[in-house]
Design a protein around this ligand. Structure first.
Ligand code: S3P
Length: 436
């Protein structure tokens, strides 16, 4: 995916949009429905490449899926141990969520499977899931001493554990909870900071008793023999929406409605952060989609001021930090992001990618081991930005480019397809920019 996109700056954002279904919830729904007992129907699923990777994996594992007349994805679950034996590797592509969560399910199967992924996924840390799953008795064999892909997950009888996760990671928590369903007894995960809780909510909807102790930041699941199928409508991805929230904030005279956005409190930190910076965001029509809070957003353009984002706020905005950093470049004063060293092990090193691209547009930036400081509202200009093979870096700088004076180019722009197919068309259409 190495093409480029020219971004014509300016325009005024007007109208109403929807964004693709939430990536985290989509992948969980695909994986959990595949091990459920019966037929699941999922609507509003994202069409992003990461979701295709998750779907391809379960289909390779012998799970039948099809689209019904309404466009819902129907998944014929084969029960908790129903995956077919395989000789070919399971390719998770660019998707860390697919890889880490699927590893949790495969740890409880009766066959051995090999997992792999693209060049970016091969560089991402896997020890964080392998260590707790091995403690549960999973037989995981790595070719490399640094635990990188490919690795195999073997058949085993799992035992329950109580595990303190050393990094704030919903993927690690979810992998352990998934494996915990196959273990005898009670498995507990204790977090350093609360992370997104889509797994807990979805397991509850599948009839699994998950207990959360918010004070101890402890989540518990009991081993069981079967889970119920899923019937849910997936809300729009707050992460995808955040690009259009910042776009509408930055382009003077703009007014945008984004319908049906997931506002799970463990994910909606970007709204709080942008409001604290001065953004004008109204939340209307609050409701539940499945167990997930959902609403419509109305955004009007506004002046921004820099703030500090740190500590337990970081996991609540971890995927939105690239677009928040871009907002910081257009804000008055200083925006500080710290306690965010996890950004270094995302689809790319996002701290480096942000500093590199922010400097290219003339921003004054300080790179730190655990974050960055952006000295806002300098003399900014159009540039050639590098996506670094990362969907959120590509989209964040496409939004920045809209608010600059000169034309810009995003190199490796197609990486946006990982979570947001059609992103650039929407970015032009909603600003009234003709592409011809
Ligand atoms: C995700 C958790 C986060 C996030 C990722 C999706 C999930 O990763 O950055 O995009 O769906 O659980 P970590 O678990 O590595 O923090």
């Amino acid at each position: 995916m190495e093409n480029h996109e020219k971004i014509i700056p300016g325009g005024i954002v007007r109208g109403s949009i929807t964004v693709p279904g939430d990536k985290s919830i989509s992948i969980r729904a695909i994986l959990l429905s595949s091990v459920s007992e019966g037929t699941s129907a999922i609507s509003g699923l994202s069409k992003g490449e990461d979701i295709k990777s998750a779907l391809k994996c379960i289909m390779q594992l012998g799970i039948e899926t099809f689209k019904d007349k309404m466009g819902n994805l129907v998944v014929e679950g084969k029960g908790m141990k129903g995956f077919a034996p395989l000789t070919k590797d399971l390719d998770c592509g660019n998707s860390g969520t697919t890889l880490r969560l699927l590893t949790g399910l495969l740890a409880g199967q009766e066959n051995t499977y090999t997992l792999t992924g693209d060049d970016s996924l091969k560089k991402r840390p896997m020890e964080r899931v392998i260590t707790p799953l091995r403690k549960m008795g999973a037989k995981i064999e790595c070719l490399e001493s640094d635990y990188s892909l490919p690795f195999s997950v073997g058949s085993s009888l799992l035992k329950s554990i109580e595990y303190n996760v050393p990094v704030a990671s919903a993927q690690v928590k979810s992998a352990i909870l998934f494996a915990g369903m196959y273990a005898d007894g009670i498995t507990s995960v204790i977090e350093t900071e609360k992370t997104r809780d889509h797994t807990e909510l979805m397991l509850n909807a599948c009839g699994v008793e998950v207990i959360t102790d918010s004070i101890k930041k402890k989540v518990t699941v009991k081993g069981l023999k079967k889970i119920m199928p899923i019937n849910m409508s997936i809300p729009g991805d707050i992460s995808g929406a955040s690009f259009f929230i910042v776009l509408s904030t930055l382009l003077a005279g703009s007014s945008l409605t984004i319908k049906n956005v997931g506002l799970n409190p463990t994910r909606s930190g970007v709204i709080d952060v942008l409001r604290e910076m001065g953004a004008d965001i109204s939340v209307t029509n609050k409701r539940l989609a499945g167990n997930e809070e959902t609403a419509d957003l109305e955004i009007k353009s506004a002046e921004l001021t820099g703030i500090t984002i740190k500590g337990n706020k970081i996991p609540m905005v971890i995927d939105e930090l690239p677009i928040i950093a871009v907002a910081g470049a257009f804000a008055n004063g200083k925006t500080v992001i710290c306690d965010a060293s996890e950004l270094r092990v995302k689809e790319t090193d996002r701290i480096h990618a942000l500093c590199f691209n922010l400097r290219k547009m003339g921003a004054n930036v300080e790179e730190n081991p655990d974050g960055l400081t952006i000295f806002g509202n300098g003399a900014l200009h159009g540039s050639e930005f590098d996506s670094f093979g990362d969907h959120r870096i590509a989209m964040a700088f496409a939004v920045a480019a809209c608010a600059l004076k000169e034309e810009s180019v995003i190199e490796g722009s197609d990486w946006a397809d990982i979570s947001f197919p059609g992103f650039y068309d929407l970015l032009n259409r909603i600003r009234g920019i003709s592409q011809n």
